[in-house]
Design a protein around this ligand. Structure first.
Ligand SMILES: [Fe+2]
Length: 163
């Protein structure tokens, strides 16, 4: 794949995130249903609702930039989801809860890197409104990461003290 400009890199990245967020909408529903820890399950559900707004923001950005809102396949997110499907088909209970927390963190780290880069590129290229919208989503992803990280640390502390 050759990309001839930073502008194209920005558009490709937005279309990849559009694809990723659509996949995550389903994945977050699965995570919320599977996770027994109530606080974590609730956090997944809430982040799923936020994700709908994030998709809407991306659609606004495409419209503002005059670009097709075409999802662009992103194998990184597909791999994370496939890995999770394989594990969750063979495991349950506490071990699955803990695994789901790690999966949540991995996807948030991916999204934070992607949104962070695109925010910076949009700013540099003078797409101020797009940059603002991307930054709003970036903050939500950072908060979601913090929440799931806290859950996982709390889980490990409780696990250690009860072992
Ligand atoms: Fe997201």
């Amino acid at each position: 794949m050759t990309t001839d400009s930073t502008e194209q890199l920005l558009v490709d990245g937005l279309q990849e995130l559009y694809y990723a967020e659509e996949q995550l909408l389903d994945a977050l529903e699965t995570l919320a249903e599977q996770t027994e820890d109530e606080q974590t399950s609730q956090a997944f559900s809430e982040h799923r609702e936020e994700t709908k707004g994030q998709i809407h923001r991306l659609e606004r950005i495409f419209e503002d930039m005059g670009v097709d809102s075409e999802p662009r396949e992103e194998p990184v997110i597909d791999a994370l989801i496939q890995e999770h499907e394989a594990f969750s088909s063979e495991n349950d209970g506490e071990v699955l809860d803990r695994y789901n927390m790690a999966t949540g963190q991995k996807t948030e780290h991916y999204e934070i890197a992607a949104y962070g880069n695109l925010t910076s590129m949009a700013e540099k290229l003078g797409y101020d409104e797009a940059a603002d919208l991307l930054e709003q989503t970036l903050r939500e992803e950072e908060e979601a990461l913090e929440e799931v990280t806290e859950s996982s640390e709390q889980f490990d502390r409780q696990k250690i003290s009860s072992d």
